[in-house]
Write a protein that binds this ligand. Structure first.
Ligand SMILES: [Zn+2]
Length: 452
């Protein structure tokens, strides 16, 4: 453990030179580390090629029994995903509950007539009665499109966008279903993304209405690592919202007053992914992007953000827009279309390992502490934090960083107490508190709210 003088000197030093110092690395969980190599680039390739084989997966494409039989259209893709989840469940003695969330979407500008949309998901229920209410979720969209988002019959291979993200959900389900966790993991694939996030919006609303304790949503969309010259195959971008879209007026006032613009719960998930990347080294480094999404683009994570859930988006480092939302063709020697040959299956597998390590770490961890407060009754330079005990926790850590630093810089354990006083001024840093279990699994951190 670092001495008090040591960390104070470190903090002052870091602040003086404007440097961001990362926290010491944590020890990996041996079970999680052993599971990650089972995520296979060959399986990813087979999944993506199978999804592409359905010709088009446009949400408006065929889903009648004869098209499903013929293996063309979104209905055939949906049935195949269901059967895959079912197969993984058979292999783990029925440990996965395979479910669908079906509804009829009424006409919009991208949906000309009432259309049935089906999300397919598998639930790996937590083994601890109380803690299984906590849920972490990974998602990708299995629908695709070509140049015309209303073209119901033309080919729309969608190998990168987003068979790659669908393959991440499938591989995480296949490998993590062989393990047991106290909290619940949901492996989701949604439709309707290209028509306006219809599937994820319906699913997120359902989760909200049913009172799901959804702690983190990892949305993988375009994680194929397109093989263009300027691609960086060692990096995956992680987008997270700043001021939460679901923040109420009083929350926004507090955020404004205290400088909390970079501490949405979604951003803590992004930082958690960065920590997991350092601990498990899946071969791809999370690059945190502090904005909701790319210019002119949207994704399913925002549908979860709208309902007040923490959700982030993972996307390859550099997109090639000639290989997205395009009819497959060659023009002036340039190849257009989202076909498998541009996808780097090893890269997708590495991104899937980062997802699996994050899901496993969160599902193994205790609940985050509730009612985290920083006492602000009197003017003082010391900082006192309090919190409620969290189910499954054996100790608690206080984290902090300079207000200008993107990632947590320091952590200090305070045993199993629920109160800590630090010789660090709350005026100068941002604090967080997380719960830790006896095996060293760490919860998401919670940033304190002031208590007078
Ligand atoms: Zn997409």
């Amino acid at each position: 453990m670092r001495g008090r003088l040591g960390w104070m000197a470190g903090l002052i030093f870091a602040a003086q030179i404007g440097m961001c110092q990362a926290m010491p690395e944590k020890t990996a969980d041996a079970g999680i580390a052993e599971a990650l190599p089972q995520i296979s680039a060959q399986r990813v390739q087979a999944d993506i090629e199978k999804l592409v084989s359905f010709g088009t997966r446009l949400t408006l494409s065929a889903q009648d029994p004869s098209s499903i039989e013929a293996g063309r259209g979104i209905g055939a893709a949906r049935e195949w995903i269901k059967s895959e989840f079912g197969r993984y469940s058979k292999d783990c003695g029925g440990c996965l509950e395979v479910k669908t969330d079906s509804f009829t979407e009424q006409p919009t500008d991208r949906i000309p007539k009432p259309t049935e949309i089906t999300n397919v998901y598998a639930v790996l229920k937590g083994t601890d009665q109380a803690r299984s209410k906590r849920i972490v979720l990974v998602t990708g969209h299995y629908d695709s499109r070509n140049s015309d988002t209303l073209d119901t019959t033309g080919d729309a291979p969608g190998a990168n966008d987003d068979a790659s993200g669908t393959a991440v959900s499938l591989e995480c389900a296949r490998v993590l279903s062989k393990m047991k966790f106290p909290a619940t993991i949901v492996f989701l694939t949604v439709a309707g993304e290209e028509q306006g996030l219809n599937g994820s919006r319906h699913f997120a609303k359902m989760a909200k209405e049913q009172g799901w304790e959804l702690e983190a949503v990892l949305n993988n969309d375009i994680v194929g690592g397109d093989k263009s010259a300027e691609q960086d195959h060692s990096v995956v971008r992680v987008f997270s919202e700043g001021v939460p879209v679901a923040a109420k007026e009083q929350d926004v006032r507090r955020i404004r007053g205290l400088g909390g613009e970079s501490d949405s719960a979604s951003r803590e998930v992004a930082r958690y992914i960065a920590d997991v990347g350092r601990t498990y080294d899946p071969g791809v480094k999370p690059m945190l992007i502090f904005r909701l999404d790319r210019y002119l683009r949207g994704g399913d994570h925002s549908a979860f953000n709208q309902q007040g859930f923490s959700a982030v988006r993972l996307t390859e480092y550099r997109e090639d827009f000639r290989h997205q939302h395009q009819n497959v063709r060659t023009e002036n020697g340039i190849e257009y279309g989202d076909v498998p040959k541009f996808v780097d299956y090893d890269y997708v597998a590495r991104v899937a390992r980062l997802n699996a390590a994050t899901l496993a770490s969160l599902a193994a961890a205790p609940a985050p502490p509730a009612n985290v407060h920083v006492l602000t009754k009197d003017l003082e330079n010391d900082s006192t934090l309090t919190w409620d005990a969290a189910p499954g926790a054996t100790s608690y850590e206080v984290l902090w960083r300079a207000t200008t630093s993107p990632q947590w810089e320091h952590d200090q354990s305070f045993g199993n107490g629920t109160k800590a006083t630090l010789k660090v001024s709350k005026d100068n840093v941002i604090f967080g508190v997380r719960a830790v279990d006896s095996a060293g699994h760490r919860s998401l951190p919670v940033v304190p709210v002031p208590e007078r």
